[in-house]
Design a protein around this ligand. Structure first.
Ligand SMILES: Nc1ncnc2c1ncn2[C@@H]1O[C@H](COP(=O)(O)OP(=O)(O)OP(=O)(O)O)[C@@H](O)[C@H]1O
Ligand SMILES: [Mg+2]
Length: 303
């Protein structure tokens, strides 16, 4: 029989839902003492919230893998491309038989190598996300810019903007925030496309922004196919996608940008007052600029 070893007799990682977010816990049961006369044991149960640790480990591992693979793939691409171009130039004139096949093959190599190069660039830009250059700006500006860019391409969807009348001032990198908002608004339109035509009805996206104490809150709600309940937070990891043409990098980049600004990203179901809660709502919580009252949270600054 186990003595007072302090060794865990059971250890398990479990996931719970709290406030619309999934959190991971490490639960450990340790036998504390030998059985007493009555034959009863004392156990110690410890519960650790390891959500942040798990997420941090995953993203560090990914960044490392992404950097290495990008490097190793990119190296041979240029010589392959140059060699194919050279073959085409050198022998293109000489070859008369099956000329079409020759052209087709060299073109394929050159085009595909170009595609791989672009994919790898995307991959490594994720691993080497630029640090934000913070400036005091009105958060509504990058939000307007990002939503405009998506809206012009989707006249079939009805967009509602509710940004309020007052500036929402914080220390942000406008370009990075615009990229983050754009990714999420684009996802919203794609979630609408993800419904069968019969279920779709009028696609709608609502973009809202407001101040909430020391926070600035941006929400993008859609009436699309909605987020899965199981393992929802895994969508924030790189390369998790359900779209045929998706890379799965969108939300991973958004999360990185938001966290680099000292904020957080939350994945929710659409609120009940929006198309009966059918669909998703992505919430950005970002720190407002310090005010005279000094209520704002500190913003980390990058050199
Ligand atoms: N608004 C949304 N409604 C429903 N599902 C969503 C929504 N936003 C994201 N998702 C789900 O999360 C997955 C990951 O999103 P993410 O933006 O990271 O990648 P992607 O859109 O599939 O590809 P990419 O953005 O690289 O083109 C999507 O494939 C989709 O399944
Ligand atoms: Mg996306």
């Amino acid at each position: 029989m186990a003595k007072s070893s302090g060794r865990p007799v059971h250890r398990e990682q479990v996931a719970f839902w709290r406030n619309g977010a999934e959190r991971s816990f490490n639960v450990q049961v340790t036998l504390e003492s030998e059985a007493d006369q009555t034959g009863e044991h004392a156990y110690v149960i410890t519960v650790d919230d390891i959500t942040d640790l798990v997420v941090a480990q995953r993203s560090t591992a990914w960044a490392d893998v992404a950097r290495r693979i990008a490097h190793e793939i990119k190296n041979p691409l240029t010589p392959i491309q140059l060699a194919a171009e050279r073959i085409r130039r050198r022998y293109g004139k000489v070859i008369v038989e099956d000329r079409e096949v020759f052209d087709q093959c060299t073109d394929t190599i050159i085009r595909q190598v170009g595609d791989i190069g672009r994919m790898v660039d995307e991959f490594s830009s994720f691993a080497r996300m630029p640090k934000p250059a913070l400036e005091v700006i009105d958060l509504r500006d990058p939000l307007k810019e990002a939503s405009f860019l998506v809206e012009v391409g989707r006249p079939d969807i009805s967009f509602t903007r509710d940004f309020g009348d007052a500036p929402l001032v914080g220390r942000f990198d406008a370009r990075l925030l615009s990229q983050a908002f754009g990714n999420v608004i684009k996802n919203a339109t794609e979630a609408i496309d993800g419904l069968d035509a019969a279920d779709r009805g009028q696609g709608a996206v609502r973009i809202s922004a407001r101040a909430d104490g020391a926070d600035l809150v941006v929400e993008v709600a859609d009436n699309g196919k909605g987020l899965p309940r199981e393992q929802r937070n895994r969508l924030l990891e790189p390369y998790i996608t359900t779209r045929e043409k998706g890379t799965g990098l969108g939300l991973a980049i958004v999360k990185k940008i938001v966290e680099d600004h000292g904020g957080r990203l939350e994945l929710h179901d659409a609120p009940a007052d929006f198309h009966d809660g059918r669909g998703a709502m992505i919430r950005f919580v970002l720190p407002a600029a310090p005010t005279a009252a000094g209520i704002a949270k500190p913003v980390t600054e990058n050199a």
